[in-house]
Design a protein around this ligand. Structure first.
Ligand code: NDP
Ligand code: ZN
Length: 182
């Protein structure tokens, strides 16, 4: 991707954009952590655990929840970051007009058919959410609810396997650690 500030400039712009969009949101953990920690965590996993340097992937990672969880539109992302970043974000965005169980089933069904860039973002998203559930889970989630999330995330990740074996091993390690804790 191109921009006047280069790839690093684009990435910093995406971080600033996501921070502004998520500024009033919090995660579901007991401490209600700032929401932006999560999109930044995805980029950190991709860049520093996965060695991913593709600016389109890193920008899409920090922007991945903007359309789904804020007022951000596809057109706004296209204008600001270009059509490639925008299309990757759209690929990892649930259709919130659908019922929750339908949305979750669609993620499982669609994962094998999305782009390589979107598969990387999706894999990092699931790694970060499993880590959050292990370290700072949503308040009031029972052991069964956590297990249901791990089972569902494993089904989604089954559909992206082959995209990044090292990050898939990170995901598998988290599933194994959770199983040991039970
Ligand atoms: P929820 O939307 O209820 O909660 C999980 C989502 O919340 C994550 O995907 C993440 O989404 C976000 N999140 C915010 N804070 C945290 C945090 N601290 N730790 C982890 N996640 C956080 O769950 P889902 O709709 O994603 O449900 C996934 C699956 O779980 C379902 O398909 C079903 O299999 C199962 N389920 C089980 C239920 C039960 O009672 N047993 C009820 C509902 C679902 P993001 O990255 O987008 O911010
Ligand atoms: Zn997410």
């Amino acid at each position: 991707m191109e921009s006047s500030g280069g790839q690093l400039g684009s990435f910093v712009k995406a971080v600033a954009f996501a921070a502004e969009k998520h500024r009033n949101q919090r995660r579901k953990d007991a401490d209600a952590s700032p929401y932006i920690n999560h999109p930044i965590a995805l980029a950190n996993v991709l860049a520093n655990e996965g060695g991913v340097s593709d600016a389109t992937v890193l920008c899409a990672a920090v922007l991945h929840d903007t359309i789904e969880d804020t007022e951000t539109t596809e057109n706004e992302l296209t204008t600001t970051f270009g059509s490639h970043v925008s299309s990757v974000v759209l690929e990892v965005t649930d259709d919130k007009s659908l019922e929750k169980h339908v949305r979750k089933q669609r993620q499982i069904e669609h994962a094998p058919h999305i782009s390589t860039e979107a598969k990387l973002v999706k894999l990092a998203d699931k790694i970060c959410n499993l880590r959050d559930i292990l370290a700072s889970p949503p308040a009031n989630w029972s052991a069964e609810r956590k297990q249901a999330y791990f089972d569902w995330a494993s089904k989604v990740v089954a559909g992206v396997r082959g995209v990044h074996p090292n990050l898939e091993a990170v995901f598998d390690g988290l599933v194994a650690r959770h199983a040991e804790l039970r």
